[in-house]
Structures are given as structure tokens and as C-alpha cells.
Design a protein around this ligand. Structure first.
Ligand SMILES: *[C@@H]1O[C@H](CO)[C@@H](O)[C@H](O)[C@H]1NC(C)=O
Ligand SMILES: *[C@@H]1O[C@H](CO)[C@@H](O)[C@H](O)[C@H]1NC(C)=O
Ligand SMILES: *[C@@H]1O[C@H](CO)[C@@H](O)[C@H](O)[C@H]1NC(C)=O
Ligand SMILES: *[C@@H]1O[C@H](CO)[C@@H](O)[C@H](O)[C@H]1NC(C)=O
Length: 439
């Protein structure tokens, strides 16, 4: 009995390790089939990890500062206007949270791109770029399959505010606190082992601000020119990812492209369409439970409204879940009551529910239409390495953002497989370990 239990535990551990692939991964190990490794930006494989070791508080505050810019970006998408750069005394060193490897051009040049489910177009810093922060730039002249798109190309009508310069299609866009000027170009892009000839992306010529991911961005949104739109025949508008926890930077997660080898036993919730914001993955969040009790949230705080952009989205680029204020306050108060009325609550940066003694935290369940997602402590709490402070890793929209959007962020998605199934217009979520133990 004892033996079989340890065997069973070993088996789960083995499965877990093979899912969250590669302890101390060989950073140059090649991606297989249609599955790509996903690295956290602080991973030893990431060129964007902080140069000097950071304290826990520093890295959390940095991630939070980054989220402010992200919220500003998402709110601007919803409002459909451009963003006012954030005036902040603190330098926001915004870097992407999760990165994947892509090979671009012939012969292939390897770039590490930030995954962004709320953007469509991919963009890559090109040789000669003014203001790009990366030393790794894509060199078009070294690629035999590279070509610029003409102003008359149909793709030129799908980018924001295109302009025509010397017959070539150019566009400018705002991303977080940055602006980007790029040429619309095409080249072969290979993700994992599948080459996609004639992939349309932006070749960045000029960038301002610090929000631009150093080696570029892979748009996984569902609008025109996104990866899904450009690889419909190959990947059938289907992908899933499992994001590694930022507590274990030596693990990599995975991005699986296409309908093959996706989980079968998974719960789904329908995707909602906002015609004004075609790239965002809206879902119907109906209620939130803390422990077993459904929290009293004003219905308007969760309601989907295509006109104002209000509602709930899944996003890979925001780190900590943000709820509109009335929803957050209700959840936080219920959480505090469950933890214990007598315990002193402190704050840390933007987190307002922190404790300096060990706590027994309740689970939090997001109740979507057709799917309840119950989050364990690992997805809810951040602990200092010394164990001296523990915070509820969620917040309301920051003060300078008048947000109507609830964002299910990547800390709350870690160690889950999240499946985007566009042909069936749905998102699925399954918790890896938990699912196995239940069976
Ligand atoms: C786009 O950005 C470039 C470079 O910053 C600038 O010269 C150009 O006027 C901008 N175009 C538009 C339409 O804003
Ligand atoms: C991650 O790997 C690096 C190098 O292989 C090692 O020095 C470090 O201790 C590892 N970190 C953890 C948390 O395992
Ligand atoms: C909370 O404090 C009150 C008054 O100090 C005490 O009577 C009560 O037992 C405490 N409750 C818990 C759960 O510790
Ligand atoms: C979610 O949980 C509630 C209980 O809190 C239950 O009534 C409901 O049926 C569940 N929904 C699904 C889709 O399982």
C-alpha cells in the first residue's frame, strides 16, 4: 500500500515534470513538432532577466509597475483611443512576461518574441531601428525570402493608420507607453518546426518609450494579421499554453499550436465577441466564490458591454488579475473575513491584502458560463522568499486607469492549460495536477 502510494506520487511528479518541461532546460534545445517552449522572462534562458539579482519585493514591485502600463494599454484598446504616456517617477522597465522562440527569414534568424493574446500583428525590431533596446535585430538584407509590402497590398488596410512611404506600406502604433513606427513586410516565420512562408509582420524602424518587448512580439489575438488569422490552414485557429510559474524560473511551459494533441478532458466557456475589439478574448464571468460562498458583486461590475468594452478577458500579458473596483473590494473583503478578522492586514505596493503571519487562505473560484475555475493558493498568494510576508495577488484597476475591464492574468493561469478553440468559439481551462488526482 505504502509502496503503491509512493509509486503513484512518483508517477504524478514525473508527469508534472514532463508537462512543465525541462528542469534547468538546455536553453538552445530545439522545439518539437507544433509545440514550443514558453519561458518566463526571468528564466535562466531569457536574455531579458534582470542583470543583477533582485529581492523579492523589488521583482514584485517591478512586475506590478509593468501591469500598470499593461492596464493602460488594455483600457486604451477598449476605449479605442490612443494612450497617454504614463508620467511616473519610477522608470518602468517593461519587459514581456512570457517568451517563445521564432525563426525568421532564410536562412533563419532566431528571435525571442513576447506572447501577447491581446495583440494581433507581430512586430520585430529590424536592423537600423532607432530606439530599439535589443542588441538582437532582424536583418532583412540577410534573408532571401524577405519582401516589403506595397501600399496597395490588402494587408496594408488591416494595420492601424497605414501610411505610404516610397511605395511601401508603413504604420504607427501605440503599445503601453511606447510608440512604434514600422514597415509592413513578409518573410518566412517558423514556430517550432512548421515554416509559414509569406508571414506578414511589422519591421520596426523606430520606437520610443520602454514598453516594446526587446526582440519583438507575437500577436495571438483573434483579429486580422494575428498568428491565428495567418495560419488558419495549418493550425485551424486553435492553440493552448501552459505557463510556468514565476516561482520556478527553471521550468519552461509550452505553447501547442493546432488542434492535434490538445487536452480532451477540459471544461469550456463560450467566447464573446466584441466587434469593436476583435482581438480580445472576452468571456462571461458570472460570479466569484471565495471558499464556498458566492461573493456579493454588483452585476454591472461583471456584465459584458460591447459598447463600453466592459466585461472580462483572458490575457497572457498582465501578471496579476485586476477586477473593477466594486468586484475587487467584495472579493478582497470576503477573503479577509475568511483568513481571520483578527489578523492585521498590511499592504505591499499595489497589493492591499498582505499578512506577516502564516495564513490559511480560502480558494477563489471564477464562475464562468459553463465552467468553474477554482484557484488554489499557488495561483492566489505570493510569498516572500523568507516567508515573512504573504499577499493576495490580485488588485483593482490602478488609480490612473478608469478601467471597465476585468482581466484574468497570467499568475492566475499558471500551471493550468488554457485552450483557445476559435472554431468552436470557446476557451477551456484545466488544472494539470489537480485534474489527474481527481481521476
Ligand atoms: C509615424 O511615425 C514616424 C516616425 O516617428 C513619423 O515620422 C510619422 O509622421 C508618423 N506617422 C503618422 C501617421 O503618425
Ligand atoms: C536554476 O538553474 C540555475 C542554473 O542551472 C541554478 O544556478 C539555479 O540554482 C536554479 N534555480 C532554481 C530555483 O532551481
Ligand atoms: C478575535 O479577538 C476577539 C477579541 O480579542 C476574541 O474574543 C476572539 O476569540 C478572537 N477570534 C479569533 C478567531 O481568534
Ligand atoms: C459552479 O459551481 C456552482 C456552485 O457554487 C454550481 O451551482 C454550478 O453548477 C457550477 N457550474 C458548473 C458549470 O459546474
Amino acid at each position: 500500500m505504502k509502496l503503491s502510494l509512493s509509486l503513484l506520487l512518483f508517477f504524478f511528479f514525473f508527469l508534472f515534470v514532463s508537462e512543465a518541461r525541462g528542469l534547468s532546460p538546455g536553453c538552445s534545445a530545439q522545439d518539437q513538432g507544433s509545440t514550443l517552449k514558453v519561458f518566463h522572462v526571468f528564466s535562466p534562458c531569457s536574455p531579458f532577466r534582470p542583470k543583477s539579482p533582485q529581492s523579492w519585493a523589488e521583482s514584485v514591485l517591478q512586475l506590478q509597475a509593468k501591469d500598470q502600463a499593461r492596464m493602460q494599454y488594455l483600457s486604451s484598446l477598449v476605449a479605442g483611443r490612443s494612450v497617454v504616456p504614463i508620467a511616473s517617477g519610477r522608470q518602468i522597465t517593461q519587459s514581456p512576461t512570457y517568451i517563445v522562440r521564432a525563426k525568421i527569414g532564410t536562412p533563419a534568424q532566431t528571435m525571442l518574441l513576447a506572447m501577447d493574446t491581446s495583440s494581433d500583428v507581430a512586430w520585430i525590431p529590424c536592423a537600423g531601428c532607432i530606439g530599439c533596446s535589443s542588441s538582437t535585430l532582424f536583418s532583412p538584407v540577410k534573408s532571401t525570402s524577405f519582401r516589403s509590402l506595397k501600399c496597395g497590398a490588402p494587408q496594408c488596410r488591416q494595420v492601424p493608420s497605414p501610411t505610404c512611404g516610397g511605395g511601401a506600406c508603413n504604420f504607427n502604433l501605440t503599445y503601453g507607453s511606447s510608440t512604434i513606427a514600422a514597415n509592413l513586410v513578409q518573410d518566412t516565420v517558423a514556430l517550432a518546426t512548421d515554416p509559414v512562408p509569406g508571414y506578414t509582420f511589422g519591421c520596426i524602424q523606430k520606437a520610443t518609450g520602454s514598453s516594446v518587448p526587446p526582440q519583438g512580439l507575437l500577436g495571438l489575438g483573434r483579429g486580422p494579421l494575428s498568428l491565428l488569422s495567418q495560419t488558419q490552414n495549418l493550425y485551424k485557429s486553435t492553440f493552448s499554453y501552459c505557463l510556468p510559474s514565476f516561482k520556478s524560473p527553471n521550468f519552461s511551459g509550452s505553447l501547442k499550436l493546432g488542434p492535434i494533441a490538445q487536452p480532451k478532458r477540459i471544461k469550456f466557456t463560450p467566447l464573446l465577441k466584441n466587434p469593436r475589439r476583435s482581438s480580445l478574448y472576452y468571456v462571461n464571468l458570472i460570479a466569484i466564490r471565495v471558499g464556498r460562498r458566492v461573493v456579493d458583486v454588483p452585476p454591472a461590475a461583471l456584465a459584458f458591454n460591447p459598447t463600453t468594452g466592459a466585461g472580462t478577458i483572458f490575457d497572457s500579458g498582465t501578471v496579476f488579475t485586476r477586477l473593477v473596483e466594486p468586484a475587487y473590494v467584495a472579493v478582497r473583503n470576503a477573503f479577509r473575513r475568511r483568513v481571520g478578522r483578527n489578523l492585521t492586514v498590511t499592504s505591499l505596493g499595489g497589493f492591499d491584502t498582505c499578512y506577516t503571519v502564516p495564513i490559511n487562505a480560502p480558494t477563489i473560484t471564477f464562475m464562468f458560463a459553463g465552467m468553474n475555475v477554482t484557484l488554489p493558493q499557488d495561483n492566489l498568494l505570493i510569498h516572500s522568499t523568507a516567508g515573512s510576508i504573504t499577499c493576495l495577488a490580485m488588485a483593482s484597476a490602478p488609480d490612473n486607469v478608469n478601467s471597465v475591464l476585468n482581466v484574468i492574468a497570467n499568475m492566475q493561469q499558471q500551471n493550468h492549460r488554457v485552450l483557445y478553440d476559435l472554431p468552436n468559439s470557446r476557451i477551456g481551462v484545466s488544472r494539470f495536477l489537480w485534474g489527474l488526482i481527481i481521476i
